[in-house]
Design a protein around this ligand. Structure first.
Ligand SMILES: NC(=O)N[C@@H](O)C(=O)O
Ligand code: NI
Length: 166
């Protein structure tokens, strides 16, 4: 039996169980620098890459959209590190997550992220791989390099289907 999931609006509060939202938010700490020509929105996400002598990687993921409607056929987690996705283009994208611990498929949540919002999955947060929408999109990705198996993947039956995003 299939289940349609309607993506939710991505907010810091709603995403808090899974990680951080990276966006300009005047309720967060910010201050003026660079002779007054720059506003620094400070310390927005917890980059956690140090386990087992890990180091920070800065990458670009060029992601091609899947055909919609998208069936959720996998979830993965990085037990040793966080992973941040910051869109470099102008398109929204989908974020599919579930709480840390043993994967609870019934707890899967889907968010629609806008092009001015990045996300940072905390270590162990279950997520689908990067889901671009509408056109090929680049994402700046900050994650971990180093020893150890840092990607657990679970295959799903595809019965959870994401409502099409126009
Ligand atoms: N495998 C890989 O580097 N990418 C995934 O972790 C992802 O979340 O897109
Ligand atoms: Ni990942």
């Amino acid at each position: 039996m299939t289940e349609k999931i309607v993506p939710k609006v991505l907010t810091r509060e709603a995403f808090a169980p899974f990680g951080d939202v990276i966006e300009v938010d005047d309720s967060r700490e910010h201050f003026t620098i660079n002779d007054g020509f720059t506003e620094r929105y400070h310390d927005l996400a917890e980059v956690d890459v140090g386990k087992n002598n890990g180091r920070t990687l800065i990458n670009i993921f060029r992601s091609t959209p899947l055909q919609q409607p998208i069936a959720i056929k996998m979830m993965e987690r990085h037990p040793l590190s966080s992973q941040a996705f910051i869109p470099m283009g102008t398109e929204p994208y989908l974020v599919v997550v579930a709480p840390k611990g043993e994967l609870d498929v019934s707890a899967i949540e889907v968010f629609l992220a806008q092009s001015n919002q990045g996300v940072n999955y905390h270590a162990g947060t279950w997520h689908h791989y990067c889901l671009a929408l509408h056109q090929q999109s680049d994402f700046l990705v900050v994650d971990r390099g180093g020893e150890g198996d840092n990607c657990d993947v679970v295959e799903l039956d595809g019965s959870k289907i994401i409502e099409t995003v126009i």
